[in-house]
Write a protein that binds this ligand. Structure first.
Ligand SMILES: [Zn+2]
Length: 158
């Protein structure tokens, strides 16, 4: 079995490796790719949750070689949707402005992991269920990152 170093998702081990920036197992990353493929195929679903999926996945896979800038930007994205109620489609322009910052705090992953992962979104039986699961998962990740909420608010406001 393979256990994802970021989110803890346990899946049968495959024969691929993952060496990009996120702190993820190859199997977890493949699950993420399946989920975002479903979002790319459904414009309504894409608009409702895609940004949230990307932000929640990135934040839940902090650590390892994942750059501070990426963790900070996606955590700010979660703050904007989860706490300030922005629609996910309105988040990217704000994150693009935020990305001009030149220094980024290092945020350690909280000791307690969120109870939901990308594995809970994969295989949703309908677009509605997919969107609902993404929201529940993103909420769980945002809540788990409570130790960094103040930093997220500062980043998102800047
Ligand atoms: Zn993972």
């Amino acid at each position: 079995m393979s256990v994802c170093p970021g989110c803890g998702l346990t899946l049968p081990a495959g024969d691929t490796t993952y060496d990009r920036k996120f702190n993820a197992s190859a199997e977890c990353w493949a699950t993420f790719e399946t989920v975002i493929a479903a979002e790319f195929q459904n414009p309504a679903l894409f608009g409702q949750v895609h940004q949230l999926t990307v932000d929640a996945y990135a934040v839940q896979h902090a650590g390892g070689g994942h750059p501070d800038k990426s963790v900070c930007i996606h955590l700010a994205g979660l703050q904007l949707t989860m706490e300030r109620g922005l629609r996910p489609v309105d988040v990217p322009p704000r994150l693009q402005r935020l990305a001009r910052r030149t220094s980024w705090p290092h945020l350690e992953s909280p000791a307690t992991r969120a109870g939901l992962t990308i594995g809970d979104v994969a295989g949703a039986e309908s677009a509605g269920a997919h969107a609902e699961r993404v929201r529940a998962w993103a909420q769980a990740v945002w809540s788990a990152w409570a130790p960094h909420h103040a930093t997220a608010r500062e980043l998102a406001a800047g």
